[in-house]
Design a protein around this ligand. Structure first.
Ligand code: ZN
Length: 361
């Protein structure tokens, strides 16, 4: 399930795959020395000439939206309003409330009303952040007056994939949820995978989505900053369809290859937020994913017996679980690996499974 309250945005990543152009900055050192000081003391609100955002192609059914992005402080100026259907919404043909077509029409209306415009404004904010010349805003820890540019760098990449189930009734409902302005309850994901195998991308992979929320995995306390979030359409009490898992595996393959994400780093929301989240549910086919190279599974045919001094809590911690509340950590582990028993105690069999998983990390 998606989060109800997102963490504050941290260092954000830039957009290079959404049609935007990263502005070409001028190194102050290329200017005559007399101009360098002036360059570094220009007001930070100056708008770089090159930061023109090219709006990405919109994939709604009607591409009439033509909102121009405005480079501005979105967080400060974003109006705190809730969804108000456009006038045209009332003219939509009758359809069953809550049906896929009902939500799809709502999604289209929202996308035209403000979702695409909001996306572009957020992207512009990111572009402004990442194109800010070091030294323009004085870092109190930096003592040099001039900026000396290093020249070898590229963009930071996602290093984890966190899987969710939507706890909703259709992918269209989730698209609607993520299109909606919900001040104070912001949530999003990079991808939504429908029950019929449809895959929707809602955010550029490089931006920080609000999907993981409060949680901890190993020493990481901000999973949103290092992960891609995938919402899988499922109400939480039903099996996942074969078409859906095939589509998910294809998506994971693309992400793993593109970003070099390690096998161990395909995990569930419940893994990083023990006790707070329980998705994906016990029906999720983690073994099938592990067999395909996404996450680990235990050696079911030759389950090793742990040594007498095996420390289950240390093993959970080594895998990544937050063990500050041991009962919740065990519950999260069992939801992932035992599935038909999510109690907060470890049986001898559970310990064998844990030991088997632990040895893979
Ligand atoms: Zn979730």
């Amino acid at each position: 399930m998606f989060i109800k309250k997102a963490l504050p945005a941290l260092a954000l990543l830039a957009c290079c795959a959404c049609g935007s152009k990263i502005p070409q900055k001028t190194n102050v050192l290329s200017k005559p020395p007399s101009q360098q000081k002036k360059s570094t003391t220009k007001p930070v609100t100056d708008k770089p000439e090159q930061t023109v955002f090219t709006k990405p192609e919109q994939k709604t059914r009607d591409n009439k939206t033509n909102d121009k992005p405005e480079p501005t402080n979105v967080e400060a100026e974003r109006p705190q309003i809730t969804y108000t259907p456009p006038a045209s919404f009332n003219a939509l043909p009758e359809m069953e409330y809550g049906s896929r077509s009902f939500y799809l029409n709502k999604v289209d209306s929202l996308q035209k009303a403000y979702s695409v415009s909001d996306y572009n404004k957020n992207i512009q904010t990111i572009i402004n952040q990442i194109t800010e010349i070091p030294g323009k805003k004085k870092n109190p820890a930096v003592t040099a007056d001039s900026w000396y540019a290093a020249i070898d760098f590229n963009i930071r990449k996602p290093h984890f994939v966190v899987l969710h189930h939507t706890a909703q009734t259709s992918a269209e409902q989730t698209l609607f949820t993520f299109s909606l302005r919900r001040p104070g309850r912001e949530s999003s994901s990079h991808y939504v995978v429908g029950r019929d195998g449809s895959v929707y991308q809602m955010l550029n992979d490089y931006v920080r989505s609000y999907h993981a929320g409060l949680g901890k995995w190993g020493s990481i306390t901000d999973m949103n900053s290092c992960s891609i979030g995938i919402e899988i359409d499922n109400n939480g009490s039903e099996p996942f369809s074969d078409e859906q898992i095939k589509a998910l595996l294809k998506l994971l393959e693309v992400l793993k290859n593109k970003y070099g994400i390690p096998q161990a780093n395909f995990i569930g929301h419940s893994d990083v937020a023990p006790g707070r989240k329980s998705d994906p549910s016990k029906y999720f086919p983690w073994k099938r994913l592990a067999d395909a190279g996404f996450g680990y599974w235990y050696d079911s045919y030759n389950l090793p017996t742990p040594p007498a001094d095996f420390n289950a809590i240390m093993a959970l911690r080594a895998i990544g679980y937050d063990t500050r509340d041991v009962s919740k950590a065990i519950g999260a582990f069992k939801l992932h690996y035992i599935q038909n028993d999510t109690s907060s105690s470890l049986t001898d069999y559970d310990k064998k499974v844990l030991y088997s998983i632990y040895r893979k990390y």
